[in-house]
Design a protein around this ligand. Structure first.
Ligand code: GDP
Length: 409
């Protein structure tokens, strides 16, 4: 289990209704949630079996935040509510993310509601990966979808993959992360892939796409520009690191492609999440203020040794009582201690701390800066409240949202 918070990703999946958010989420949980044992079921199929069961019962598959793992990284998958609501709740859930995957329908490109959510994300400078889903669907058009991200979202999409075929003939992609071809074939239990060298007839297209990537990177990074104009070699890893934690963070939007339905591309998308999206340490600083002085900004540091600052962003109830989901921005919380609700000036008890997994919860004694956990014991805390160290009261910047929404399309 990754306790190293540099290997933590707090992400959300956002999409226009029907673009495939649920299907992508299911695939992600299938691959990354499988290490958690559920009853006596065989490990490899457990999460899927559980999900099928949940679906039959019509229950949502994720909790407000679900912890899973991929490639040595821990991923907190935060449920971004509603496809359409433009509410403080959506804002709050976007605020606790360090990155997002935006899912698009390859035959539709950017649709109206994706614009709204994208804009909300931009308010928090949220780094975003794009997943062009449904490449197998009639009318799927990768170029069109990428162009619509450029035109309608005014973003800088950079394909990290090029699809091979489309519609019924969609069989995989050229991957620019390792300059290999991923070809998929249908297995009984889903799609498996072979990794191959790029064939001669696709080499030009792959080189062209890599060239576009370097050019886009050079535009925002002087040292890359320097190497680019002098034709010095620029490694893909350098660009990936700059997007994840450097000059290109939130400047370029890596584009991945696949079909969640056919199970093509979702594992590589998870590789993209761990490689391109930032850890809590790699995000710009947040600010708060003293409860009685809104003028002076207090810098919040992702450091677990400093006084606690955490945001309550969601409350759910189950048979054990109210679960309050917290994002810890600074400091740490310990089971059995008292914290201050700085908005209400009330002390609160943290009776228990849980890490929520796909189908189980794990009791924790401590949770540290950067992490997202659920706690029990809070009596007067509502979503949007800041919890802090009683000796150092801090209120996070208030979440404002416009009263009217103007759609651009
Ligand atoms: P959501 O509303 O964004 O959560 O979308 P869903 O995941 O529920 O998907 C909406 C519909 O699109 C469902 O009928 C899915 O089976 C279908 N779908 C999802 N992913 C794909 C895909 O990759 N290809 C095709 N052809 N259909 C898909």
């Amino acid at each position: 289990m990754a306790e190293n918070l540099e290997k933590l990703r707090n992400i959300g999946i956002m999409a226009h209704i029907d673009a495939g958010k649920t299907t992508v989420t299911e695939r992600v949980l299938f691959y990354s949630g499988r290490t958690y044992k559920i009853g006596e079921t065989h490990e490899g199929t457990a999460v899927m079996d559980w999900m099928e069961e949940e679906q039959e019962r019509g229950i949502t598959i994720t909790s407000a935040a679900t912890r899973c793992e991929w490639a040595g990284h821990a991923i907190n998958l935060i449920d971004t509510p509603g496809h359409v609501d433009f509410t403080a709740e959506v804002e709050r859930s976007l605020r606790v993310l360090d990155g997002a995957v935006a899912v698009f329908d390859a035959s539709e490109g950017v649709q109206a509601q994706s614009e709204t959510v994208w804009r909300q994300g931009q308010k928090y400078e949220l780094p975003c990966l794009c997943f062009i889903n449904k490449m197998d669907k009639l009318g799927a058009d990768f170029e069109m979808a990428v162009q619509s991200i450029r035109d309608k979202l005014l973003a800088n999409p950079v394909p990290m993959q090029l699809p091979i075929g489309a519609e019924n003939d969609f069989v995989g992609f050229v991957d620019l992360m390792d300059m290999k071809v991923y070809k998929f074939y249908q297995e009984k239990k889903g799609a498996e892939f072979k990794v191959e060298d790029i064939p001669e007839d696709m080499k030009d297209a792959a080189e062209h796409a890599r060239h576009d990537l370097l050019e886009a990177a050079a535009e925002f990074d002087e040292s890359i520009m320097e190497d680019y104009v002098h034709e010095n070699p620029i490694s893909t890893d350098r660009i990936i690191a700059a997007i994840r934690e450097g000059t290109l963070q939130n400047k370029l939007n890596p584009v991945f492609v696949g079909s969640a339905l056919k199970n093509i591309g979702t594992r590589r998308l998870l590789d993209g999440v761990t490689r391109f999206l930032p850890s809590p340490y790699d995000r710009p600083k947040f600010y708060g203020h003293k409860p009685d002085d809104e003028e002076e900004a207090i810098e919040i540091d992702c450091d677990s040794n400093k006084p606690l600052v955490a945001l309550a962003f969601k409350i759910t109830s189950d048979k054990h009582g109210d679960l309050n989901f917290l994002r810890i921005y600074q400091g740490s919380i310990k089971k059995g201690t008292r914290v201050l609700n700085a908005n209400k000036n009330k002390k609160e008890n943290i009776t228990r701390i849980f890490q929520m997994h796909a189908a189980s919860r794990e009791s924790r004694d401590v949770a540290k800066a950067g992490d997202i956990v659920a706690v029990i014991g809070l009596k007067d805390t509502w979503t949007g409240d800041t919890l802090s160290d009683p000796k150092h009261p801090v209120v996070l910047e208030s979440i404002s949202f416009p009263e009217t929404v103007i759609s651009m399309s």
